[in-house]
Design a binder for this molecule. Structure first.
Ligand SMILES: Cc1cc2nc3c(=O)[nH]c(=O)nc-3n(C[C@H](O)[C@H](O)[C@H](O)COP(=O)(O)O)c2cc1C
Length: 449
């Protein structure tokens, strides 16, 4: 298995990078992570973020359930300066699973309470001067929708590389997309009233808004085809509408800079059909977003069920999946490099970096060096936060992380949600999620007889 080594020191990690021919920034002093940063009108207390991580544990109506309250409570007392709340659907048919969050009039009160309790927890732990920035990610899961637990793919354009996995694929027409914008705007309005500091229009990981950005094969549509203006129209109109209809609500975007899918189905790839990162279009999209008032960008990559190693480098795949075709550090390095390629071009826009969990207890030293070089503004962890939500607090208090608490990139959390179970760390949050994992495997064994 690739990358299974447990580095005992930063030197060992850097030696592995060197062996692969990769330059990995690294510095012993992690101070840059603890500096405040303005986002829009607000100031976040540090550069440590938690990425959006779906928990698959909502109530049937889409309201956050008890495990979601627990999750955000843990995140808040852990000290992160920015908490990016997981994907919440804006329409029932676009839910990724029957227990994905769904923000609408009927669930608004529970979302408000979630914000309130998250804020109270941060306040209780660190005092009023520590006010984390709370972003809610809004989405339509598009091709990966499973509102009743079975695939119900709704797509911007057919993609022969992926669609053969599904039985029926619905092509969404322009009228549907126009109507969908109304639901995004309504959800943004509710999120604002619920007390979130910003909303994110999720444009990553193969979900609908991201798929539209690469929908070169979409024909006779205002929202797709050869032209980037058409492919990005849905997103840009939405940013404009939220600006106009939800005054005072900052807009963020989580953007896949590269999806590992060839043109005319992929975004952030060359037009010659090769599968490589090409930042030309992501940079144009970022520039447009800035012109339209977007205050924050979260840079990511890959399509989880198609090429998971691209966006969340791991040591062990989800049971039954193929081994990754590249060393995990190659994936980490690509994410850092691509993000730097954007941040350098837009130094005034706070960009959040992704891909750090695999570095275990050494991610702060790498992250601090990347920030010090001006190659990113904020560094987020996803799986790492499921495992070790208090990492920022430990960094504030000790300047280092506890190696016994870090994410080991075992893909257990991914496997849980892939199978429709609540997601969390099966190793470090064992009582709840280790149990879920054991039950999942027991039920598999039973099915096999
Ligand atoms: C269980 C699980 C759920 C996730 N849910 C979301 C989500 O709701 N929205 C999103 O943009 N990314 C989601 N991601 C991706 C993470 O935000 C993150 O980009 C990825 O895990 C890589 O970061 P890491 O290496 O720090 O884990 C999810 C990842 C996992 C493993």
């Amino acid at each position: 298995m690739m990358g299974m080594s447990h580095f005992r020191s930063g030197e060992e990690l850097l030696a592995e990078a060197g062996r692969l021919g990769l330059y990995l920034p690294y510095r012993e002093s992690i101070e840059p992570l603890l500096e405040p940063l303005p986002i829009g009108e607000q100031v976040i207390p540090n550069r440590l973020a938690i990425h959006p991580m779906e928990g698959f544990d909502s109530e049937p109506d889409g309201a956050p359930g008890d495990l979601a309250f627990r999750r955000y409570q843990r995140f808040a007392v852990g000290g992160s300066g920015l908490i990016w709340f997981e994907a919440a659907s804006v329409v029932p048919e676009g839910r990724s699973n029957p227990r994905q969050l769904y923000l609408h009039q009927g669930t608004f009160d529970r979302f408000s309470r979630l914000v309130e309790e998250t804020r109270a927890a941060a306040d209780g732990a660190f005092g009023a001067s520590h006010r984390p920035f709370l972003v809610l990610q809004l989405t339509h899961s598009g091709r990966f929708s499973r509102p009743e637990g079975v695939p119900r793919p709704q797509v911007a354009a057919a993609n022969p590389d992926i669609d053969h996995r599904f039985e029926g694929v619905t092509l969404l027409d322009d009228d549907y997309l126009r109507g969908l914008q109304d639901h995004f705007v309504e959800a943004a309005r509710l999120a604002h009233m619920a007390g979130f500091d910003a909303v994110d229009i999720k444009a990553c990981h193969g979900y609908l808004v991201h798929e539209l950005l690469g929908a070169g094969a979409r024909e006779e549509s205002l929202f797709g085809g050869e032209d980037l203006t058409a492919r990005s129209r849905f997103l840009m109109e939405l940013v404009d509408r939220i600006g106009a209809e939800c005054p005072g609500l900052p807009v963020a975007v989580r953007l896949s800079l590269f999806d590992g899918i060839a043109w005319p189905h992929g975004f952030g790839v060359p037009k010659d059909g090769s599968i490589d990162s090409d930042l030309t279009e992501p940079l144009l999209v970022t520039g447009e977003l800035i012109d339209r008032g977007c205050v924050l960008l979260n840079a990511t990559s890959g399509v989880p069920s198609f090429n998971p190693w691209t966006g969340r480098p791991y040591n062990r795949p989800v049971s039954g999946d193929r081994e990754p075709p590249e060393h995990p550090l190659t994936g980490v390095h690509r994410l850092i490099r691509m993000t730097a390629g954007v941040q350098k071009e837009v130094p005034d826009l706070p960009v959040v970096g992704t891909g750090y969990s695999w570095l275990r207890q050494f991610y702060p030293q790498v992250a601090a060096a990347v920030i010090a070089a001006g190659d990113v503004s904020i560094v987020g962890v996803g799986r790492g936060a499921f495992a070790y939500p208090e990492a920022p607090r430990d960094l504030m208090e000790d300047g280092r992380l506890d190696p016994a608490r870090v994410c080991i990139a075992c893909s257990g959390c991914s496997e849980l949600i892939r199978n429709g179970r609540p997601g969390g760390c099966i190793v470090r949050d064992r009582e709840i999620y280790g149990k879920e994992y054991r039950e999942l495997h027991a039920s598999r064994r039973k099915e096999r007889g």
